[in-house]
Design a protein around this ligand. Structure first.
Ligand SMILES: CC(=O)SCCNC(=O)CCNC(=O)[C@H](O)C(C)(C)COP(=O)(O)OP(=O)(O)OC[C@H]1O[C@@H](n2cnc3c(N)ncnc32)[C@H](O)[C@@H]1OP(=O)(O)O
Ligand SMILES: CC(C)C(=O)C(=O)O
Length: 563
């Protein structure tokens, strides 16, 4: 016995479609896209768009490359009517873009719709009525014949009005609204009745839009319904098959993809999936899914942040931070192993200079969408050395040796465990500076004078000025090079016994601004081995500062251990 009232619900029955073909098909071409942001998206908003918002959305859609845009339901409101007129009267519609307008199959609404589109070059008149068993029963109280009559009469009226605006090419789109709740034989009957009136041709096809007005079943059922329709409805070459999926079960994108495999030609959807209830299908996700399969999406999405800002402004609704491709967090890795793999993947790519994109955990190159790598790796308590090193390298040019990455990531981990918060790249650099560059106590390097080794095999000697507990001292030493000589002077004159375990150096910046950064791993008091880091325009000074940094850190660690 379930605690949930499962008896209230009934499963959608599978479609009887022997030898279905769509599971073996692959999407190789973008469909005809039609944006319904300004209609289905708009009608679902808490605050529908006003003129300015509509215009910004329209111009954005045109710029993206939409060739068909449903611009409103002009018979429903003065705002929608005026907006369609504005677009036409102000030459906003490019020659290669067709506007689409929605109307119920009601006489006064159809007539008003024609007033709205007068003067445009080409328009899709989108006529709909509900056909599902449920709506026939509870909304219209009509039998099949009564519902067919609404569609046929509406089509006849549209046909009779075409000659009244001879300068406008009219394309008919008919939607058996709530198609997914309609018996397939009835969908066939009503669509064929509409075709009998309209008489489309292969040269001038009409559009059948088969909406998943409410997504009611798993995506394969929608694909079956589409393949069934294509197999069984007459005159396939005289209509374009359009999809209009919603996302009630959260599978709108999947359903659309499978329905395209089943043979659909066209998709109606919205940017980032705004629309009734859980939304219309998201055309940005669909297009980018195709793109990542090497299929030209035929939409320009090269600045996804700008698109998202536009959608958020026009809809007054946020795009979720985890929204595919567009969300704030989708190109961000916090976890250590992901960061490590991304860092290695990006480095391998740079080395190979390969065209094909293959980076672990990043199914798409953020740069293709106008997003940078900067935000890809972010650091919190789940992060490892790879992420920390990546940010310091990316933003501050520091190439930390592997063992130093491990050492410093412990410092970072201690901080993030304590605060529970994310650390920015600037925070990391601040921590690194404090830990290594500012480690000046008790020993601070001030100045040096080195005599290099000569050809007679004499060692180099160094005289350095240092501060010890704030007191300036001059110390002397000799060795195979400046570092060795400096260590010698520390041991002999100050009793600081440290030896170099590992050493590396690189330049940061270019030209007059270039600096050397030296990393020295040193062993000292109590066999403690730690890194010191120094930075200076002078290569030798950078190294001596690094030695002092290591000496101080070893001293601090030994003191902490002794407590
Ligand atoms: C799935 C979709 O998204 S469909 C699009 C839905 N969008 C909208 O509704 C937004 C804009 N709509 C509106 O502003 C209003 O509905 C209007 C102005 C178009 C019409 O308003 P009203 O005249 O008050 O009618 P209302 O929308 O309540 O429609 C109900 C009536 O129209 C009938 N009707 C509904 N849809 C249709 C249709 N597609 N074709 C013919 N008749 C229809 C209903 O049976 C009902 O008839 P009844 O009054 O005899 O019972
Ligand atoms: C008018 C139709 C196509 C619609 O918006 C829907 O079914 O969702």
């Amino acid at each position: 016995m379930s605690v949930m009232p499962v008896e209230k619900y009934r499963a959608v029955q599978p479609i009887d479609l022997p030898n279905r073909q769509w599971p073996g098909k692959v999407i190789t071409k973008a469909p005809l896209w039609c944006s319904v942001d300004l209609r289905d998206g708009n009608q679902a908003l808490i605050e529908p768009m006003g003129h300015d918002r509509k215009l910004r959305m329209f111009r954005t859609l045109v710029k993206m490359g939409f060739k068909e845009i449903e611009v409103g339901f002009p018979s429903a409101s003065q705002t929608d009517f005026d907006f369609v007129r504005y677009l036409i009267d102000n030459g906003e519609i490019p020659d290669d873009v067709t506007v689409q307008v929605l109307t119920q199959a009601r006489e006064e609404l159809i007539i008003r719709t024609f007033d709205a589109i007068r003067g445009t070059k080409r328009a899709v008149v989108h006529l709909y009525n509900s056909t599902s068993t449920l709506q026939r029963r509870v909304v219209f109280g009509l039998d099949r014949a009564g519902i067919i009559d609404i569609a046929v009469k509406g089509t006849q009226l549209v046909k009779s009005l075409v000659h009244k605006i001879p300068d406008t090419e009219i394309v008919l789109e008919y939607s058996p609204e709530s198609f997914t709740g309609t018996e397939l034989d009835f969908a066939k009957e009503i669509c064929e009745a509409v075709m009998d009136v309209w008489q489309p041709t292969a040269e001038k096809p009409m559009i059948f839009n088969l909406p998943s007005t409410v997504e009611m079943a798993t995506p394969n059922v929608y694909a079956d319904q589409i393949e069934w329709f294509i197999r069984n409805v007459k005159w396939r070459d005289r209509y374009l098959l359009s999809l209009h999926p919603h996302n009630d079960r959260g599978t709108g994108v999947a359903a659309t993809e499978l329905a395209l495999m089943a043979g659909a030609d066209r998709v109606e959807g919205t940017l980032f999936g705004n629309g009734e209830r859980t939304g219309n299908v998201d055309v940005v996700t669909l297009a980018l899914n195709m793109f990542t399969q090497g299929v030209d999406p035929e939409l320009v999405i090269d600045d996804i942040d700008e698109l998202r800002r536009t959608a958020e402004y026009c809809n007054q609704l946020p795009v979720h931070p985890r929204h595919p491709y567009a969300g704030d967090l989708v190109f961000t890795a916090f976890s250590g192993s992901h960061q490590d793999a991304i860092k290695k993947g990006l480095a391998a790519r740079r080395k190979q200079n390969d065209v094909v994109w293959e980076v672990p955990y990043l199914p798409i190159d953020p740069e293709d969408l106008g997003r940078s790598y900067e935000a890809v790796i972010r650091v919190n308590s789940q992060s490892g050395k790879g992420g920390v090193a990546y940010l310091l390298e990316q933003d501050y040019g520091l190439h930390l040796p592997r063992k130093l990455q491990i050492e410093f990531s412990r410092v970072v981990q201690g901080h993030t465990d304590l605060t529970g918060k994310e650390v920015t790249s600037a925070d990391l650099y601040g921590m690194f500076t404090k830990e290594y560059f500012e480690a000046k106590y008790p020993l601070e390097f001030v100045h040096h004078n080195t005599l290099p080794a000569n050809s007679a095999g004499e060692e180099s000697s160094i005289t350095s000025r240092v501060k010890v507990y704030g007191e300036t001292k001059e110390i002397h030493g000799s060795g195979t090079g400046p570092i060795d000589a400096f260590c010698d002077s520390l041991a002999k004159e100050l009793g600081i016994d440290i030896e170099v375990v590992d050493y590396s150096q690189h330049a940061v910046g270019q030209g007059a601004d270039a600096e050397a950064v030296t990393y020295v791993e040193m062993k000292g008091e109590g066999n403690i081995t730690l890194f010191g880091v120094g930075r200076d325009r002078n290569v030798t000074v950078a190294s001596l500062k690094a030695v002092a940094s290591a000496a101080n850190r070893i001293h601090a660690a030994a003191a902490a251990g002794a407590k």
